[in-house]
Design a protein around this ligand. Structure first.
Ligand SMILES: Cc1cc2nc3c(=O)[nH]c(=O)nc-3n(C[C@H](O)[C@H](O)[C@H](O)COP(=O)(O)OP(=O)(O)OC[C@H]3O[C@@H](n4cnc5c(N)ncnc54)[C@H](O)[C@@H]3O)c2cc1C
Ligand code: FES
Length: 500
């Protein structure tokens, strides 16, 4: 299971360095995805000494599994912003992301980064005539503050029944791992340092400085940036009650044809996102979607098959060579949290909640946070304020989050699991009860049994078995673990307890 980007660009850095000795830096960045690396790039270029700590490998998590469209078109979003936050807010959100596209293009050019960057138009389309009015309203919303958008009746990919689409011209796409590799080279040229396999386990504040520690050593720094996608610090900040995580699936299929121009995503559910890429002179169609909340008990058996059906409906000869899945954070009001981590902690910053549009948003975040650290003004910082306390307009989402959390924390604790070891088939998993204790069990194809304590190491919710990916998923805030209990996704930091 591997994304096309990981196949193309296997190693971001050639010699992996682990943090083994105590260091000092101006800024310590936690997390080596596109957010952490772009922030390190801006700060290093401005002359700051940065130390970046990555728990595994650079750009291996959400960044390395992204569809990597670089666009200010974040689904149908501007009508919502206009109605709920006003015209000035909607315009600023649009401009912040448009400017990010241009800054990325500028970096690619000025640093000579070979990352398959290409200008492309972006479209949101519908095959449901009932959704057509939403697309037309979105076009009007974008035009109302001077943004560029058009309604089109047809799109290039020959999907059946398309009724219309909104087009954003001059957006872009790239290979996110090749881009990040180019940034890393510049960061190291500036004298900043990057460490992989260096999991941060604590952040302490001492005498106006932070001590950021792994289990082997620590970094002392005046400023800290938490760029771990899901913030790893629970309190203060309490991001875990303000966000949830959504998981999506992706495939890349080789096709013996010239492929369409442009990048596409639909309005209705299940969501399907399309773009193309080239690798070794071959054309690849990328299909991503089938989003669902992590840990939700839904029928997952056929997510990859559904994506393959879409690929085959477009190109009969589509041959699926890569499959992957990944997740991203979504805030309750759908606006990312970027800026101060908490009102009571100085000089520590966060960037999260990109709702699967982090290619531009990571650049917006890196700019806002580096401007803050460098003492510069930034005209977009207010709209993303991470310590905001708005009335929660999206009551449905909030209600669902509370329900999931409560179900998992309380109800499941008293529920007797129905599964018995013999009920669990080969290559399946589930929770059974043994001597009054719950045990998470996976049986591989050979009948070997792997048992874990099925309790999330973040805040103790009961995990759900995901039979498609053979993972333990947390319905509360979206942590994931493999069948042997090894951590896969934040906010949990520790692996699961393995049971004999
Ligand atoms: C299926 C899918 C498709 C997407 N497609 C698009 C798209 O087309 N366009 C777009 O704009 N966006 C897209 N996105 C969103 C985008 O990919 C993400 O928002 C973005 O990659 C997030 O980057 P990040 O650096 O914040 O997080 P990540 O890439 O997840 O990086 C966080 C890093 O922090 C590290 N970390 C975690 N805990 C610790 C710790 N304790 N110590 C040290 N390091 C730690 C992790 O290992 C990881 O490397 C998509 C997302 C998904 C899920
Ligand atoms: S992710 Fe928070 S309890 Fe599991």
């Amino acid at each position: 299971m591997k994304s096309l980007w990981k196949e193309i660009e296997e190693n971001i850095v050639s010699n992996k360095k682990e943090l083994n000795e105590d260091l000092s830096a101006d800024v310590c960045i936690i997390g080596g995805g596109i957010t952490g690396i772009t922030t390190a790039y801006y700060l290093s270029k401005a002359g700051m000494k940065v130390t970046l700590l990555e728990r595994d490998s650079l750009a291996d998590k959400t960044t390395g599994n992204s569809t990597a469209k670089i666009t200010s078109q974040h689904g149908l979003f501007y009508k919502y912003l206009l109605d709920d936050f006003g015209k000035d807010f909607a315009k600023k959100y649009y401009l912040a992301n448009q400017e990010a596209i241009n800054r990325i293009a500028e970096i690619v050019k000025s640093e000579n980064i070979d990352c398959d960057f290409e200008w492309q138009d972006a479209y949101v389309f519908t095959a449901d005539s009932k959704e057509l009015s939403k697309i037309k309203d979105e076009v009007e919303a974008v035009k109302s503050f001077g943004g560029e958008a058009d309604f089109v009746e047809k799109i290039e990919p020959s999907l059946s029944n398309v009724k219309g689409a909104i087009k954003f011209p001059n957006q872009a796409k790239f290979n996110p791992r090749k881009y990040v590799k180019g940034l890393v080279k510049q960061i190291e040229n500036c004298g900043s340092e990057i460490y992989e396999n260096s999991k941060v386990i604590s952040v302490e504040n001492k005498n106006d400085e932070y001590i950021v520690s792994t289990d082997k050593a620590s970094v002392k720094a005046k400023y800290v940036v938490v760029a771990t996608n899901y913030p790893i610090i629970n309190a203060p900040g309490f991001y875990f009650i303000k966000m949830y995580q959504e998981m999506s699936y992706g495939i890349a299929a080789e096709v013996d044809h010239n492929l369409f121009e442009g990048m596409y995503i639909n309005v209705e559910n299940p969501r399907i996102s399309l773009r193309t890429a080239k690798y070794n002179d071959k054309n690849f169609l990328i299909v991503v979607g089938m989003d669902h909340r992590v840990g939700a008990k839904i029928d997952l058996e056929n997510a990859y098959d559904e994506l393959e059906n879409v690929a085959k409906s477009l190109y009969k000869d589509a041959k699926v060579l890569y499959r992957w899945n990944t997740e991203d954070c979504i805030t309750l009001d759908k606006i990312p949290y970027i800026g101060d981590f908490s009102k009571i902690m100085k000089n520590i910053y966060v960037a999260t909640g990109y709702k699967e549009w982090g290619m531009t948003t990571s650049n917006v975040a890196a700019k806002i946070i580096s401007d803050k650290i460098l003492g510069k003004s930034n005209e977009y910082k207010e709209i993303f304020t991470s310590t905001r306390i708005h009335p929660i307009k999206n009551r449905w989402e909030f209600g669902e989050m509370i329900k999931e959390t409560t179900n998992s924390l309380i109800i499941n604790k008293f529920k007797i699991p129905e599964d018995k070891l013999k009920d669990i088939g080969l290559d399946e998993g589930g929770i059974i009860e043994l001597d009054g204790n719950k045990v998470g069990v996976y049986k591989d194809m050979a009948g070997n049994i792997f048992s874990v304590k099925p309790i999330c190491t973040h805040l103790g919710c009961e995990l759900s078995w995901n039979n498609l990916d053979k993972t333990w998923d947390c319905p509360c805030h979206g942590s994931r673990f493999d069948y042997m209990g090894k951590w896969l996704y934040d906010p949990a930091i520790e692996d699961l307890e393995v049971l004999e």
